[in-house]
Design a binder for this molecule. Structure first.
Ligand code: NOJ
Length: 739
């Protein structure tokens, strides 16, 4: 539709019709059969009249389902303004890819791009116009369940690079084209820094911290043309984001230049009353619209109070018009006025959802994300002639997709047991469950929170003992033990914070007993966050972090276990020594009293080391890579003289493999404290057997900028250090200077 016609349409709309465009509800509220509920729905008080006018729908999917709803809606609509369908397609629609934190560990932009394309192509033909992804929140605290959704993990540079990759992959060049959709970047801003890692909790940080670490990924997403941004639940500077004028107007709109649609998170506007900054819902509606939140997701405050606020002269109608204009413009860019059914396409659904090609992409993506954390005495790869004892609650379990996999077809997931049996024959895979993931008491807590009945606990201790005995019996008959353990998939994700991030007691007991069998143990870990793994790691010979690997996860794991794929994943979050070390991140500042074990009054823990258990960037390969000859083109850098650092990397093995070579920089002395090192570049490089390569990075002045004492984004002269290595800990360093 031409701009002029769109303007005429806006003029023709009644105030209620306009307000309708600013409301979003889930399908459940509209009694739609095929939908998923992703938040509370109890407190919603919406009249039928308003429901007939809402502008967008949340988490209704399926081409036929979406078409039906659109048709019903339009038949009742005076001006025939189509609905917008939004959904949470976090790591895949029917074909499920590894959870975002896992995908991030691949450091493989091409693969991530391809996987994201598949995911949005599937979702788009099934009716999704807007995807609530990517989540670009920086995360440092593994107790927070939503670290699973962060691709960039604890690093702002990775966050930026991944934000760019994802937005490009979702939106393509034209959001109306089949297979593309709007990227809704979330959760603006600082949501990853909730105190104590407890979801929805307070965030309080300095403006420098916010700008330096939390905003860059947003800036990048906006530069890539992201059309929508979701506000976060938390407060920033004492004010909940959904009513925070400074953050939304001054920073997001003016400074970052965001012109698209701002949507609140689920019921977040109404929740500002609970925060205690609005005396009632009416005030929350007032403050949110005045702060520039265009769409109210799943609360009733815009529906019930905006009209009154306009009539009382408190909210100028012009403000409503601006928000409605942004929503109409987006619908228009998606081509919905010409074709309200968008790219919904039943034939395409049949053709591409979970197609052979898509499953293959899922398999390749998954094997690219696994992180080999330990491999003593070359326990891995496994020999196909081995008899394997497959033990543990994830040995024969399809719940390996992670918590945002609600649109997948779980019935079609292969388990690790099935895949191993296919690979080396049934007779060579001996299986025992060995333990449950969680004790019933813990499961019951989850069930109760979900409104379900708890399950009676009966003879649990005895059952645990029997399961272990059975596992030991099986282990004794095999050459090697593959132990598949981890977190319950409902232990990570939204509202899944944990105060103890160790593996559960029954699984720890199982491992303890298995060590007595004197067999090599390979632990395969399924989880959504970094865990405190010391106990587990010490007791196993090899440890593979597989996260929640998605639809083709089991195949990908087998590919890596047998060496058909050489692992190349590297951690994007530090793994702590113990839960009490959280939050922990490699790019921390120096203290005034650095750790020294021979001195008493220094910054340290008495009971654990100061450094992480597994550092950021860490991950092994079946190859042995050696780094040598770090050199620099010049020790002096200037505007006219960008410099390069190079290193030789040699593969000392007779197999090929990929290595993620990482560049870090440190600003040695500055007007404000600077991190001990910061990632500023990486390359994922393929090496043939025994191949040696020279890997070079360019250092430009841009990489040296930071938010200085006066809160200006600038460079300061002096000494800098460049570090190159296979992870953030084991680096070689060289100095250079800016005059
Ligand atoms: C709340 C979550 O915070 C957000 O990430 C999600 O997109 C919405 N619910 C919608 O499901």
């Amino acid at each position: 539709m031409r701009q002029q016609k769109l303007q005429e349409l806006l003029k023709e709309m009644t105030l209620e019709e306009k307000i309708g465009q600013l409301i979003q509800v889930t399908g459940k509220v509209l009694k739609n059969e095929e939908n998923t509920v992703t938040g509370p729905i109890e407190n919603l008080d919406l009249s039928n009249e308003m429901l007939n006018k809402v502008g967008s729908i949340l988490n209704v999917v399926g081409s036929q389902n979406v078409r039906k709803l659109q048709q019903q809606y339009l038949s009742k609509s005076r001006l025939k303004i189509p609905l917008l369908f939004m959904a949470d397609i976090i790591n895949g629609y029917r074909t499920v890819f590894p959870i975002p934190i896992a995908q991030g560990c691949s450091w493989d932009l091409q693969n991530i791009h391809i996987a994201t394309r598949v995911s949005i192509q599937e979702a788009n033909v099934a009716g999704t116009n807007v995807n609530f992804s990517p989540m670009v929140d920086l995360v440092r605290d593994a107790r927070w369940g939503r670290v699973m959704e962060s691709m960039g993990g604890e690093d702002p540079y990775l966050g930026e690079v991944y934000a760019k990759t994802m937005v490009q992959a979702y939106q393509g060049k034209d959001i109306s084209k089949m297979g593309n959709a709007v990227a809704c970047v979330k959760h603006f801003a600082g949501y990853g820094a909730v105190e104590g890692g407890r979801d929805y909790n307070t965030v309080d940080m300095s403006e420098r911290e916010l700008r330096q670490y939390y905003l860059p990924a947003y800036r990048e997403a906006i530069e890539q043309g992201a059309e929508m941004i979701m506000t976060s639940f938390n407060i920033i500077n004492g004010v909940p984001v959904s009513v925070n004028q400074w953050l939304l107007k001054d920073v997001l709109r003016k400074e970052l230049g965001f012109k698209g649609v701002i949507i609140s998170d689920y019921s977040a506007i109404a929740e500002t009353v609970n925060h205690g900054v609005c005396k009632d819902k009416k005030e929350s509606a007032y403050k949110a619209i005045m702060a520039g939140v265009d769409i109210d997701m799943m609360s009733d405050v815009y529906a019930n109070y905006l009209k009154e606020l306009v009539q009382e002269g408190k909210v100028p109608e012009e403000i409503i018009d601006q928000s409605v204009w942004r929503v109409l413009t987006l619908k228009n860019k998606l081509g919905l006025f010409e074709n309200p059914y968008g790219n919904t396409n039943k034939e395409m659904e049949e053709k591409i959802l979970r197609s052979k090609q898509n499953l293959q992409v899922a398999r390749e993506t998954a094997s690219d994300t696994l992180v080999l954390l330990k491999n003593e005495k070359q326990t891995l790869p496994l020999n196909k002639n081995n008899k394997i004892a497959l033990i543990g609650p994830y040995g024969d379990n399809i719940a390996i997709l992670g918590s945002w996999s609600m649109f997948s077809d779980k019935a079609k997931i292969q388990t690790l047991k099935e895949v191993l049996e296919e690979k080396i024959g049934k007779e060579n895979v001996l299986y025992a469950r060995g333990s449950e993931i969680l004790r019933q008491k813990e499961i019951n807590q989850i069930l109760i929170a979900e409104g379900e009945n708890p399950i009676l606990i009966e003879k649990e201790e005895q059952k645990e003992k029997e399961a272990i005995q059975e596992a030991i019996k099986v282990a004794k008959q095999a050459d090697v033990i593959v132990l598949a353990i981890g977190e319950h998939y409902k232990q990570s994700g939204e509202a899944c914070s944990r105060a103890n991030i160790e593996i559960s007691i029954p699984q720890q007991n199982l491992l303890k007993e298995l060590t007595k069998c004197n067999k090599k143990i390979i632990t395969v870990l399924f989880n959504g966050r970094p865990l405190a793994l010391k106990e587990i790691a010490e007791k196993t010979d090899a440890l593979v972090e597989v996260w929640f690997p998605g639809t083709e996860g089991a195949n990908a794991i087998a590919d890596v276990l047998f060496g058909e794929v050489n692992p190349s994943g590297k951690l994007t979050m530090s793994f702590p020594q113990a839960t009490g070390q959280c939050p922990i991140y490699y790019n921390h500042y120096h203290t005034g009293r650095p750790h020294n074990k021979n001195i008493r009054f220094v910054s340290r823990y008495q009971d654990i080391p100061t450094e992480s258990y597994y550092p950021f960037g860490y991950g092994l390969s079946y190859c042995n890579f050696e780094y040598s000859n770090l050199r620099i083109s010049s020790h002096k850098i200037s505007k006219t003289n960008p410099i390069t650092v190079s290193v030789n990397v040699k593969n000392h093995s007779e197999i090929s493999g990929k290595e993620v070579i990482q560049l870090y920089i440190q600003d040695v002395v500055a007007s404000v404290v600077r991190p001990v090192k910061e990632l500023k570049g990486f390359k994922k490089v393929y090496f043939k057997p025994f191949e040696e390569k020279v890997v070079t990075f360019e250092i430009t002045l841009d990489l040296l900028k930071f938010w200085n004492e006066r809160l200006e984004y600038e460079i300061e002269s002096g000494e800098f250090r460049a570090f190159i290595g296979p992870n953030s800990r084991d680096t070689k360093q060289i100095s250079f200077y800016l005059e």
